[in-house]
Write a protein that binds this ligand. Structure first.
Ligand SMILES: [Zn+2]
Length: 92
């Protein structure tokens, strides 16, 4: 039970600490700039690398990436929906 809960906590931390543009867990970003809410592939600390990309384009880009890694359909649907909740794309 204890190990199970530690596993949940680890996944939870990964889940909440996603790049707020592409959704990648920030612990996977080797060039990550401390304090940035975006990964180094999306943002250089001053501005976005691709300023004009739309949410739809980002969703397609990430889906292609997941498809190339043989991710299952549940993960692909999850990330498609999750992207729309990230700070860069949220419209409230
Ligand atoms: Zn990113």
């Amino acid at each position: 039970m204890h190990l199970f809960l530690n596993g949940i906590k680890r996944h939870y931390r990964k889940e909440i600490n996603r790049c707020q543009s592409c959704g990648m867990p920030l612990i996977y970003d080797k060039q990550y700039l401390s304090g940035n809410i975006y990964c180094s592939y999306c943002h250089d600390g001053i501005s976005f690398i691709k300023n004009n990309i739309t949410l739809g384009e980002m969703q397609r880009k990430i889906d292609h990436l997941l498809l190339s890694k043989n991710s299952n359909i549940i993960i692909r649907i999850y990330m498609y929906l999750r992207l729309a909740t990230l700070k860069r794309w949220r419209r409230l």
